[in-house]
Design a protein around this ligand. Structure first.
Ligand code: SF4
Length: 339
């Protein structure tokens, strides 16, 4: 447990949490929407500090990040809870504490130990992933500061709902912002996650890219009948092109039935291919299909000369034509971060 960094004390021992864009006003002895920030007599505490739910050395491609230190391993930490309650959550066992009993035996891993583990497992960086990183913001910030001192890269795999001031606090220590843009309509975000101010996600993604110069990749999990219409897909692709740049990778991934969305089928491959075409027609240079191992749209192909740059199969990666961040055949800039 750790006192929250970003909150305001209000009258009658109430508090307002400014960690994410919900900006919950919390009465004494109550929790915020995420159920991981708790008001104890007018002081706000984060209950997750140093209490991971899941820890693993993963290929960076699993996040997915395709243009960020390709072929490296990233030490990955998840915690408990989430500020979104998505109907299709694949990790609901850890993200929905109202659905589970939170294990009291969860092992503590303090930030210095997190860095030691990252090195012991020969990882080049550290990621907060599996559930929403802002739900243990104070811990991710402390770890990120130590990671940068040790020359490790740092990654948020996020729903993007962090507040602008929280991003400013961690921005100097964060290298990659792997953000979900789940859809592009009020109705969709409301139905999926009860989020009305979803455009705040876009503003913070821009802030990560422009103000903090982070490497940004976007993911849209395409759910049949809910966000697979041309209008939303064009909206996302055009927004990425205009605000993050045409070299920003966009991953369109296959939905699998999960949690409260067991009644819908997995996304057909043709739908993912249509989404790729929409992205390319909008001018995006790198659009990838996800959760379809072996699909040719997993590969990076130079938009300028058409040569194969990175060959992938699932999480296996073979560099075939990359020189620094450029195509080794024609010299085109390909927006890669590398060791
Ligand atoms: S992190 Fe977000 S959801 Fe959780 S208490 Fe703070 S403002 Fe509310």
């Amino acid at each position: 447990m750790r006192e929250a960094l970003l909150y305001e004390k209000l009258k009658d021992s109430r508090v307002c949490c400014h960690t994410c864009q919900w900006r919950c006003i919390i009465n004494p002895d109550k929790f915020g929407v995420c159920r991981m920030y708790h008001n104890q007599s007018g002081t706000l505490y984060n209950l997750n500090y140093a209490r991971p739910s899941s820890v693993a050395a993963d290929p960076i491609e699993k996040k997915p990040l395709f243009h960020f230190f390709p072929g490296t391993q990233v030490f990955s930490f998840g915690s408990w809870g989430c500020n979104f309650h998505c109907q299709d959550c694949q990790n609901w066992e850890i993200s929905c504490p109202e659905d589970i009993s939170q294990p009291s035996s969860s092992r503590e891993i303090q930030p210095d130990e997190a860095i030691k583990l990252t090195k012991r497992y020969h990882c080049d960086g550290i990621a907060w992933t599996y559930n929403e990183p802002s739900i243990w913001f104070e811990y991710t910030l402390d770890c990120a500061k130590l990671a940068k001192k040790e020359n490790l890269y740092t990654v948020y795999v996020t729903n993007g709902y962090l507040s602008p001031e929280a991003l400013d606090a961690i921005g100097p220590y964060l290298d990659a912002w792997r953000v979900d843009i789940k859809g592009f309509s009020d109705a969709f975000y409301l139905k999926l996650a009860k989020i009305s101010n979803w455009r705040g996600i876009l503003d913070v993604a821009k802030q990560a890219k422009i103000k903090w110069k982070m490497h940004v990749e976007a993911v849209t999990n395409i759910i049949p009948t809910l966000n697979d219409d041309d209008q939303q897909l064009r909206g996302i692709a055009s927004w990425i092109r205009d605000e993050l740049g045409e070299l920003t990778p966009w991953h369109v991934t296959r939905f699998y039935p999960a949690h409260y969305m067991m009644d819908l089928p997995p996304t057909p491959t043709q739908t993912l291919e249509r989404a790729c075409n929409i992205g390319k027609e909008a001018g995006l240079k790198f659009v990838y299909t996800g959760n379809v191992p072996g699909h040719q749209n997993e590969n990076t192909v130079c938009y300028s000369c058409g040569r194969l740059i990175v060959q992938r199969f699932g999480y296996q990666t073979k560099l075939a034509g990359l020189k620094d961040s450029h195509c080794q055949f024609c010299g085109a800039e390909l927006n890669f971060k590398r060791l």
